[in-house]
Design a protein around this ligand. Structure first.
Ligand SMILES: Cc1cc2nc3c(=O)[nH]c(=O)nc-3n(C[C@H](O)[C@H](O)[C@H](O)COP(=O)(O)O)c2cc1C
Length: 200
């Protein structure tokens, strides 16, 4: 039976969305059943409308399914993506996670594999603290956090042993390059490898 991978993310302007899509593609390539789900937007319309790229992205995702708690309980492995917001997780993703109290109480978030990815504008702008903040919540789930460490040569280029991260740069629009794409592929392969061992 195929492993089940949920890729659940928030993205305002498309960077983390592109990372999530790459992760989903890598999961499918590895033979997993994949659910790619963005979490619901909760920012006020006036804030969204004030940033063209944000408004365009909200419109682009309008017909795509949003994440539900069942997407997490369904999965053997869950990848979570968030832009870095003041060195931490975006409130939209955190709100989704904070809504998982009933599943937590039933124990259905535990004993599965989790890992995270993020993007920030600057190289030292808090990517690691974002991932560590995300992992705090996952520890409360009883999740098995599978960090990439330096378990593949790609990690010596991408340079983030906590997860995968991308720097969007001064104009906040630097496209994903090989270092991030390869690191995402490796993270997906690694979480599926560990999830496979747990479901044997
Ligand atoms: C409210 C807010 C806080 C941010 N905080 C940081 C930060 O702490 N460090 C940083 O380098 N970039 C920061 N950024 C830039 C975002 O991380 C960047 O725009 C994001 O990764 C782009 O991802 P997206 O296109 O998926 O939304 C911030 C952006 C906003 C809007």
């Amino acid at each position: 039976m195929s492993l089940k991978l949920a890729v659940i993310y928030y993205s305002s302007t498309g960077t983390v969305d592109a990372m999530a899509r790459r992760a989903a593609m890598a999961g499918e390539k590895a033979g997993a059943e994949v659910r790619l789900r963005h979490v619901e937007e909760n920012a006020p319309p006036a804030a969204i409308d004030g940033v063209e790229a944000w408004r365009d992205h909200v419109e682009a995702l309008a017909d795509q399914p949003t994440a539900t708690p069942e997407d997490v309980t369904w999965a053997d492995a869950v990848l979570l993506g968030s832009p870095t917001r003041f060195g931490s997780v975006a409130s939209q993703l955190q709100a989704f996670l904070d809504g998982l109290g009933p599943e937590w109480a039933k124990g259905t978030l535990a004993d599965k594999v989790y890992a995270g990815f993020t993007a920030s504008q600057t190289a030292h702008g808090g990517q690691e603290s974002t991932l560590l903040a995300l992992y705090t919540t996952l520890h409360h789930f009883g999740g098995i956090v599978v960090a990439p460490g330096y378990t593949d040569p790609t990690k010596f280029t991408d340079g983030n042993p906590y997860g995968v991260s991308h720097v969007t740069g001064p104009d906040n629009d630097a496209p994903l390059e090989d270092a991030s794409l390869d690191a995402l592929d490796h993270l997906v392969e690694r979480v599926l490898m560990v999830a496979g061992k747990l479901t044997d």
